[in-house]
Design a protein. Structure first.
Length: 558
């Protein structure tokens, strides 16, 4: 256990770069806010995709300082956000999860590799371009703040949160590649968020379902995660997100009982604020997650987070949370001074982003010419990210023209956030080259064994990535059922691609080859076809150590 209340002062100043006029706006606005309005500034509800008049009435009544928007077309989102800003007494800072690509909102925008693909590509210029593009596209449709980049390390291949959302498993990779991305985001007007403090990727459990644990001894945490957090703070990141993750080696106590960072003052105020010196905005991870809600009564969650040193309570329900916060102040559980300290940071973030000068007028959508250039960079980026996770035994060659091919998609039947795609762009790319392609989604082993001999080449495409199946990121029986009475040893040419997790070989050690593409969108599917047909070379290097079976003595969990 380490001293949880160090006496040293923060070594860093505020990350907000405010002009005298902006600073005056912050102080004047804060001075004239009621306590109720101040509390509203610390709440960040989620905007439904189809807001009703009741939604707008709620926003007018409770005046939340922030608003989270899920992915939706800009033409649908922009007029809603413009109305919200017109009706708001204080500008609303709008945030979203833009972790690697604005194409999540606008299909016409460039689509870049997921973070682990960025690590595989290992290209500083690509990182800068991703930051620039995400910022310019997001600001054009009214988003000011991205809850990215993920700075976690994928130390445990069973962790469902990190995986392809992490840039790799090496601190050196993270501190080299993530800061240029973050600087480009903020240089182009989009506030960045480093997440998830104190660091995910160690536990094999999902903080959506329980409080997960960063179980590293503190000296190892300092070397691995502490180095990353210090780098992000030194580089001026404007916000940091707490995970529903504990760090027992700092807080002490029974590791099974330690509180998550979101409601642990020893971690927010003690470690992040005092020891590491962070003076920017601290935002919670999503409030409804079981890793938080199981540890404290719902009415006390927002107040405990703010009392612990936090500023913005994400996915709040203002109708419940604001009255609970007022009650916490009346009961002496939360001080008005602590509240106004956080409001000053939130208003400073808004002023840093220029919202005090007008939050309705957004920069123009990037031009067709600019987007065309970015699309070329994105396509090249996916090729740089393409990685042989298990190299083929023979040189990759294209099947003969006109051959019959079978493309199999293996993916979960439903997803946590949305139904995963069927990877049909891969099929279309083969068809366009003159092949006769049959596509099967999660086929049975009986059908495959009956018909596999009819095809010259069989492509097996597995789409399994973080946030797809809550609580697990491994090929489960419904995916692997296709291989009962396996056709693989019987067929001369079976080619495997992972459009997500790089760790498939651990559960599928019998596969003869494996190409890693990190995500299942259109560009990586098209790129995989180019690699498999010998039209282009995979340029990536795997940024994580792949698990291997080893002989070792049994050690129970400690």
């Amino acid at each position: 256990m380490h001293n949880s209340s160090p006496t040293q002062s923060p070594s860093h100043g505020s990350p907000f770069n405010l002009s005298p006029g902006a600073y005056e706006w912050v102080e004047h606005t804060l001075e004239h806010m009621s306590l109720r309005q101040c509390l509203g500034q610390l709440l960040c509800p989620i905007l439904t995709k189809e807001p009703t008049e009741d939604t707008f009435a709620m926003l007018r009544e409770f005046e939340p300082g922030g608003l989270f928007v899920p992915s939706q077309p800009p033409e649908q989102l922009k007029p809603v956000l413009e109305r919200i800003q017109r009706e708001a007494k204080t500008p609303v800072v709008v945030c979203a999860d833009i972790e690697h690509s604005p194409a999540l909102f606008d299909p016409e925008a460039p689509d870049f590799p997921r973070p682990m693909g960025m690590g595989a590509a290992n290209d500083l210029a690509l990182m800068q371009t991703i930051g620039e593009v995400c910022a310019k596209e997001a600001r054009a449709f009214g988003v000011h703040w991205t809850l990215a980049p993920v700075v976690d390390l994928s130390l445990n291949f069973l962790n469902q949160i990190t995986n392809t959302r992490a840039i790799g498993d090496q601190t050196e990779t993270a501190v080299r590649l993530i800061p240029p991305w973050m600087r480009a985001l903020q240089a182009n007007g989009l506030a960045a968020t480093a997440k998830h403090f104190p660091g995910d990727g160690v536990d094999d459990r999902d903080q959506h379902l329980c409080t997960s644990v960063n179980s590293l001894p503190f000296d190892e945490w300092e070397e691995l995660y502490g180095t990353i957090w210090r780098k992000m703070i030194d580089e001026g990141v404007l916000s940091i997100m707490t995970g529903h993750i504990s760090l027992p080696s700092w807080t002490g106590g029974d590791p099974a009982e330690c509180l998550p960072a979101t409601i642990e003052p020893k971690l927010i105020d003690g470690l992040l604020r005092r020891k590491l010196g962070f003076a920017g905005v601290v935002v919670s991870d999503a409030a409804p997650m079981v890793g938080l809600t199981s540890r404290c009564h719902e009415r006390d969650l927002a107040a405990t987070f703010i009392r612990s040193g936090g500023d913005v309570y994400l996915f709040s329900e203002p109708e419940k949370d604001l009255p609970a916060l007022l009650e916490a102040i009346e009961d002496g559980l939360l001080s008005e001074e602590r509240v106004r300290e956080s409001v000053r940071r939130v208003l400073s973030l808004k002023a840093h982003l220029g919202l005090h000068e007008g939050a309705i007028e957004n920069p123009p959508t990037p031009s067709k010419e600019e987007r065309a250039k970015w699309h070329e960079i994105a396509a090249a980026g996916h090729l740089k990210a393409a990685t042989w996770l298990k190299s083929p035994s023979n040189k990759v060659t294209a099947p003969k023209k006109g051959a019959k091919l079978l493309a199999i998609t293996l993916r979960p039947k439903s997803g946590f956030q949305a139904r995963p795609p069927e990877l049909t762009d891969f099929v279309d790319a083969l068809t366009e080259r003159g092949y006769e392609v049959t596509h099967e989604l999660n086929p049975s082993h009986r059908d495959l064994n009956l018909h596999c001999h009819e095809y010259e080449t069989i492509f097996v495409n597995v789409y399994l990535r973080s946030h797809m199946q809550m609580g697990v990121i491994r090929p489960t029986a419904d995916l692997l059922f296709s291989f009962w009475r396996s056709f693989v040893p019987k067929h001369r040419d079976v080619r495997f691609t992972s459009f997500g997790t790089p760790y498939l070989e651990y559960d599928m050690p019998w596969i003869p080859n494996l190409l890693g593409m990190w995500t299942g969108h259109t560009l990586p599917q098209q790129t995989a076809v180019k690699v498999w047909l010998g039209e282009a070379e995979a340029g990536g290097t795997c940024p994580v150590v792949l698990p291997k079976v080893t002989v070792r003595p049994w050690r129970p969990y400690l």
